[in-house]
Design a protein. Structure first.
Lengths: 154, 268
């Protein structure tokens, strides 16, 4: 399965786990410019985008938060809810009008605790999202700092 | 094929970014044979040397456009050219994108930075024949908004989907931020009936081609343009050799089925 498809919940989770997860989700919408969460805040929810674009940003004192990455349809918004200390590492804002499935973090963590198989599937899914974003960040570092342009003769 | 530089006059100079310009050239005397999208010329800056540059526009008059980024002595000299100056051109060299093979299929163009320049004539050709190609998608990535070439033109292309993303946004940027492959999820294409054309920095080419192949696009339908050290451009010097391929002869456009195993060999 292509890496980016494997990150989507509807591909990453087996049907029974996906349906269980969706049963505890609710549909929400955000107007353009709405803040989903702030860096340093308590990570008590997460979202899967159904339509629109969200921007992950970083707090820089005295400046407009620089956008780190944008997320689109099918993408997971937020992973800090799964790992202690459950604190958002970045902020998030709706770049366009946004609709999403919203999940209560405590409820989902409890489901993971009570059903280890479900928990493993969710952790595997979120772990792959993290790995993909780490790889993308590394690729952008190479692009920005031009490591490939400093090739020396072997 | 002509092996000595043929004088061409700069008839227009379009700054694209802080370090990139497009030079429109017309032959001073006899024109070179007609170039096709994907091919390149050896562009000679008199007194400095010559570099390979893909065509970014081909005119019926025999005129050409080359988009050049200033990264060394020769390209610095070319970027500093003014209207009326004369450069030398050899060519055409190399193969073409072979867009015609995508007839009736979805077309997916993935460009990184200045890699959009060689793809531009392909995009325009595909859009000029809407009945020939099903859905044309253009995905563009750049380091910063200031590094985007043909920015306004991109917005005017009547594609099924056009996505632009940058690594490092500025304060005015309201578009996507991230790697260009993240745009694939929004492109409109049927993987098993798609031809993809990819050009840009090699890490980006590899990431895009792998993702396309994993999504189900046939490897022999993913066409990538590889940049190597072209010197003679006539297959004699061997500087552009990639394993068994002399890229100035059988490239620069290679299908991913050929390129993937070669690009994974460390010694190459």
């Amino acid at each position: 399965m292509p890496p980016s498809l494997a990150l989507r919940m509807n591909h990453a989770l087996p049907v029974e786990h996906r349906e269980r997860l969706l049963r505890v989700g609710r549909e929400v919408s955000f107007p353009q410019g709405a803040r989903l969460f702030e860096e340093g805040g308590h990570a008590d929810r997460f979202w899967i985008i159904r339509a629109g674009t969200a921007a992950l940003d970083m707090h820089v004192p005295g400046r407009r938060p620089p956008v780190i990455e944008t997320l689109g349809i099918g993408d997971l918004v937020g992973w800090s809810w799964l790992y202690e200390p459950y604190v958002w590492q970045l902020g998030a804002e709706a770049l366009t009008p946004l609709t999403a499935y919203e999940f209560d973090a405590v409820a989902v963590r409890l489901m993971c605790l009570n059903d280890p198989e479900f928990g493993r599937a969710v952790e595997h899914w979120v772990g792959r999202v993290l790995a993909h974003r780490l790889n993308a960040a590394r690729a952008r570092l190479v692009d920005l700092y031009g490591i490939y342009e400093t090739k020396e003769p072997r | 094929m002509i092996a000595v530089p043929v004088p061409h006059r700069v008839v227009a100079r379009q700054p694209e970014t802080a370090d990139t310009v497009t030079l429109c050239l017309e032959p001073v005397g006899a024109a070179l044979p007609e170039f096709a999208p994907g091919q390149f010329a050896m562009v000679h800056s008199f007194g400095r040397g010559e570099i390979p540059v893909s065509v970014s526009s081909v005119q019926a008059t025999g005129g050409l456009a080359h988009t050049i980024r200033s990264v060394g002595a020769v390209s610095d000299g070319l970027c500093a050219m003014r209207v009326g100056d004369v450069v030398g051109l050899r060519g055409p060299y190399g193969n073409t994108w072979e867009l015609v093979r995508a007839y009736g299929c979805d077309v997916l163009v993935v460009a990184g930075g200045i890699g959009l320049a060689p793809l531009r004539p392909l995009i325009l050709s595909a859009l000029a024949e809407p009945e020939a190609y099903r859905r044309v998608n253009v995905l563009v990535g750049a380091r910063t908004p200031g590094d985007l070439i043909a920015r306004q033109e991109i917005e005017s292309w009547p594609t099924a989907f056009t996505g632009v993303t940058v690594d490092q946004p500025d304060a005015d940027w309201r578009g996507d931020v991230g790697v260009v492959t993240q745009l694939l999820g929004r492109a409109q294409f049927e993987p098993d009936d798609t031809w993809a054309f990819v050009c840009g920095p090699e890490p980006m080419i590899r990431a895009a081609a792998r993702e396309l192949a994993q999504r189900g696009v046939r490897r022999d339908r993913v066409r990538v343009s590889l940049e190597r050290n072209m010197r003679c451009a006539t297959g004699h010097c061997g500087h552009c050799q990639l394993g068994p391929l002399l890229l100035c002869q059988v490239g620069p456009v290679v299908n991913w089925a050929q390129a993937e195993p070669l690009l994974s060999v460390r010694e190459l």
